[in-house]
Design a binder for this molecule. Sequence first.
Ligand SMILES: [Zn+2]
Length: 430
Amino acid sequence: MTSKPKTIVTFYNGLTTIGGPMIEVAYDKSHVLFDLGEVYKPDLGLSMEDEDYQTLIKYQLIGDVKNFYDPQITGQPIDGERWHHAAAYISHVHLDHSKVVNLIAPEIPVYAGPITARLLSTLNQNGDFLLPAAGHDKSYTRPITAVELGHSIKVGDITLEIVASDHDAYGATGLIIKTPDKTIVHTGDIRLHGYHPDWVREFMAKGNKCDLLIIEGTGVSFPDEDGEEFSGPKNEQELTEQIIQYQKRNPQRQLTFNTYPTNVERMLRIIADSPRKVVLHAERAALLKRALGQDVPYYYLPEDQKIDALNSELEISYSNLLEDDHQYFWQVVGHYDQLKVGGLYIHSNAQPLGDFDPAYRPFIENIEKRGIELIPLRCSGHAGVDELKKIIAGFEPKILAPVHTLHPELEENPFGVRILPKRGESLELS
Ligand SMILES: [Zn+2]
């Protein structure tokens, strides 16, 4: 007599570090893997060319997962006897959740929300976002199936539902996984202070009383710095308002900014609400055009190639921007030495992101040396300590598994047990 199959969850990567969660849910001959990112470790000094499969495994930048990666990359065949149904999922476009999507075997479907699916191939148009697929050009992005939110996908015995969530990556989603006997929720990266807290509340209601909640815990990673992150804007709304205020208070001053490319929604709000005309670097304008079909004013740096997708009538000359002190609020991406002395530059979660990146300090000093006032205007993509408690309370999980955090032990579960899985460890849900 064979025993009844069980739901088995294996935690491959991204547990006690911020980013790169890789988790497998398996039931009988079906299994799914999520997310498909690489842990971000700028201190290793690796370039994309250095990041072959062996290196990624060696530095634990990805999980040592069997039967999902492309055999052409790993040299190990996929066990088709053992697994009859497989699929993978990406919650959002940040690299620590998406960068290795091209390493998944071509025959295994990868699912994502519609915006994530469309943005990833756009972001990789120049071949410098995702790791390359075997036998393809660097700018290739493997097919990613866009799933309409709220619709279910069958992967053998497992059902996946992709739901809207909120994070500082445009189109971020969460995942509800149902096996024949258990419900598992994967939050992806999540917060309640973004543009769509209502979507997060709906997600919590849908996943309420799940058997296992896999939650990110970035917000509990720095217990000693508690409160510090809140000295800036409390939420995305307030951040946009502050940007508008800087423009109103400085009618005659060169005003520039930069943001992170995947925070498309912040960009759209800045464009919509700014009293000045917002001008983007051509690359960023092309991203909005390709991903959303939206045309915005843009400029080229002297060394840039022309981009066919852009409407030439919307081009503003770079020299006009360099001279301007009242008309434009423009995205600057380099050549800080050409900016006006006495200008103001808003660094809004742009790269380099922060002190953990060795490039951050020299970047700040270089701009300030030029006599430009630098305003770091941040709004976290992640729930803070109190928001995490609210999110856990919204899901009321039987088991809580914090991942994607330096301190998983600081997340508690008043509704059941809390586990601290080790890297590579499997949990049988019974
Ligand atoms: Zn993220």
